[in-house]
Design a protein around this ligand. Structure first.
Ligand code: DCP
Ligand code: MG
Length: 391
């Protein structure tokens, strides 16, 4: 019999948002394995399993040193039987057969390549795989109809599958800053997403834009986009407008975790500094632009100056200043941290958190009205802006 006190080596709070978050991961081998299974579950429409693996990985990431035995994990939260089995396998046999077979499965490889195309989600990839499409070449040969996003995603696949560096994110930040300052002096931009958490690379660059005067941000995005387009910085863009106040279920209760800010999904054409033979790693599947170097170039009519550039995914979000704190919090991530923060707010504090506001559920309840036919929750005007409730 093992003495519990002896083996309870680590203490980790239940919710990921209650843990000190660090970029230093002492258990990368284990968390990579669990993250791979999470990714596989997410791509297979098994979100529940996906979250379970993500939570288990997050617990291991929070540990101050490498785990050497499953006994050390006794009493830790979020480690289900399945995750523990994987961990045990790796600790005892150096690898997990389930992880290995998942990684090597043709279906997983195909899902990864196809969903790696900007604009392609798990459902579309699954449909294509059922039609016998497993890679980019087969997709191109198939004559499948692609939407505008997917066409751009396929065209710039090689660039977009390379991680974006902090240096590139900063260079894009300067361009966005200039765009925003030109169309609305006084407007502010903030780097959000993974780079705000201190990550050194990311799959895209995210920016939050606001103006210190409420309302001045209205109509800003189309102007920023026009400016960027006029200077040739955009290879693709799609803007979705702000639908927060017009949503039918009221501003307090977004139907999904997706926020309703005005947002621009784009692919930037980032000019690269001219330096001799910038070396990039080989691409994994690079079927489309195989003959092209990673950095594309234009030769002018005179055949001089090579203008090198690279495609980068950039997300722009505009928030009114009254919701800025919530937008900043909601867009800093990670996705699991945000999910856990909302869960903690709801379960432990009886509050509803979104990227727009924080509501005290008890106070909101008092404003609910009940219509005769259906029980419909409505929020009175009084509770619409609740920045003051943020404690
Ligand atoms: N986010 C969210 N809900 C959305 C969109 C984003 O909660 N509908 C949050 C969580 C993310 C952050 O915004 O952390 C940015 O989204 P990304 O997908 O860009 O994720 P990261 O920036 O964290 O990672 P990466 O480095 O891969 O870009
Ligand atoms: Mg990001």
């Amino acid at each position: 019999q093992i003495n519990e006190a002896e083996v309870a080596e680590f203490s980790v709070p239940t919710y990921a948002c209650q843990r000190r978050t660090t970029l230093e991961n002492h258990n990368a081998v284990l968390t990579d394995a669990l993250s791979l299974l999470a990714e596989h579950a997410e791509l297979s429409d098994e979100d529940g399993r996906g979250v379970a693996f993500r939570r288990a990985a997050a617990v291991l990431k929070a540990l101050p040193k490498p785990v050497t035995s499953v006994k050390q994990l006794r009493g830790l939260p979020c480690l289900g039987d399945h995750s523990l089995r994987i961990i045990k396998d790796i600790l005892e046999n150096r690898e997990s057969s389930e992880v290995q077979s998942t990684k090597q499965s043709e279906r997983f490889k195909a899902l990864k390549v196809l969903t790696g195309i900007f604009g392609v989600g798990a459902k579309t990839a699954d449909r294509w795989i059922r039609d016998g499409i497993n890679n980019l070449q087969q997709l191109q040969d198939s004559g499948q109809t692609l939407n505008r996003a997917q066409q751009a995603g396929l065209q710039h696949y090689d660039h977009l599958s390379q991680p974006v560096t902090k240096q590139e994110a900063d260079a894009i930040g300067e361009i966005v800053e200039e765009a925003v300052a030109s169309v609305l002096p006084g407007a502010r931009i903030t780097l959000i997403g993974g780079f705000r958490r201190g990550k050194l690379t990311g799959h895209d660059v995210d920016f939050l834009i606001t103006h210190p005067e409420e309302g001045r941000e209205v109509g800003l995005m189309p102007k920023v986009v026009s400016w960027l387009e006029s200077k040739g910085f955009l290879l693709y863009q799609k803007t979705t407008r702000n639908s927060y106040l017009e949503s039918k279920d009221g501003p307090a209760r977004p139907a999904s975790n997706m926020d309703r800010f005005e947002r621009c999904f784009s692919i930037f054409k980032l000019p690269e500094e001219e330096k001799p033979a910038a070396k990039h790693p080989e691409t994994l599947t690079g079927n489309v632009e195989q003959s092209l170097p990673l950095t594309s170039s234009h030769v002018s009519a005179e055949g001089e100056a090579l203008k090198r550039w690279r495609a980068v995914r950039v997300d722009l979000v505009v928030s009114p200043i009254s919701q800025f704190a919530f937008a900043l919090l909601g867009w800093t991530g990670s996705k699991l941290f945000e999910r856990e923060l909302r869960r903690w707010a709801g379960h432990e504090k009886a509050m509803s958190l979104s990227s727009h506001a924080l509501y005290d559920n008890k106070q909101v309840e008092t404003h609910f009205v009940q219509t005769p036919s259906v029980k419909k929750k409505r929020v009175s005007k009084k509770t619409k802006t609740c920045s003051s409730m943020m404690t």
